[in-house]
Design a protein. Structure first.
Length: 260
């Protein structure tokens, strides 16, 4: 995995002597699509019920990355990134009274699309699939400006050891600077569901082939132990074909005209 210099300045986008084909493509993608990776800030209400004991509720606010997939601002991200209860639900924990099974649910209280310049746009979840670990967020009120977006239909496939380009964005403490990385494919899985394994652990970021075509989006796959309890998330890339099927219901419904 190679992290190219953080390309926050236009002058840094000029190809350097000795660049590999992947690095040349990475610079071009960064120049064209850096703003397609945005921040989602969500406040989530988490309710946890330990066995037959009273439920405990708390609100948490956090930021996650997402990929803009339409010019009207629809953002694709990992469902688990806005559903922290998913990792706790059904888990068994040991207490003084003995093992207790947890029941946990999350509800998005409010969400904002945070643009690179800090502009915040109120948003809501319009599509979600826990099995695929995907969610789609859209502005509550349509905006007139066109978003920079990734065309998920211009796609490519990869095989093990192929190089891929991943666009990303740093957190607030680094001024949400856009970044780009060159990684390699560790494995391509067909079962139980198509996944691509790379090394970058972040979710919600678009992945491209060295041809500059869309390969998929970084996400995570929940793993379980022999006892059925969750053991955490393994970073994966959900392939473009799976994403296209997930997005199809949303694409069939045109966004309303922006309010004036």
């Amino acid at each position: 995995m190679r992290l190219l210099p953080l390309l926050c300045l236009a002058s840094a986008l000029v190809a350097a002597p000795g660049d590999t084909p992947a690095e040349v493509t990475a610079r071009k993608l960064h120049q064209a699509l850096a703003d397609s990776v945005i921040t989602i800030r969500a406040t989530v209400t988490i309710t946890v019920t330990p066995g037959d004991q009273p439920a405990q509720t708390q609100d948490r606010t956090f930021e996650q990355l997402g990929t803009v997939v339409s010019s009207d601002g629809r953002v694709l991200l990992a469902a688990s990134s806005i559903d922290p209860a998913a990792m706790m639900n059904g888990r068994t924990v040991n207490t003084q009274a003995g093992p207790v099974k947890l029941s946990a649910v999350s509800e998005v209280k409010e969400a904002f699309i945070v643009l690179a310049d800090g502009t915040e746009i109120p948003a809501k979840v319009i599509l979600k699939d826990k099995d695929l670990n995907l969610a789609l967020i859209a502005p509550i009120t349509p905006v007139a400006e066109k978003f920079v977006c990734v065309d998920t239909t211009v796609s490519d496939t990869v095989v093990a050891v192929d190089e891929v380009i991943v666009l990303g964005r740093m957190d607030k403490s680094f001024d949400r600077c856009a970044k780009v990385e060159v990684d390699s494919v560790a494995a391509v899985l067909a079962k139980p569901r198509p996944f691509i394994s790379i090394h970058i652990p972040v979710t919600g970021c678009p992945v491209f082939s060295t041809n500059g075509k869309f390969v998929g989006m970084t996400s995570g796959k929940q793993t379980t132990g022999d006892d059925g309890d969750s053991e955490g998330m393994v970073p994966v890339v959900i392939p473009a074909e799976t994403l296209q099927k997930f997005l199809a219901p949303s694409a069939a419904k045109p966004a309303p005209a922006p309010s004036k």
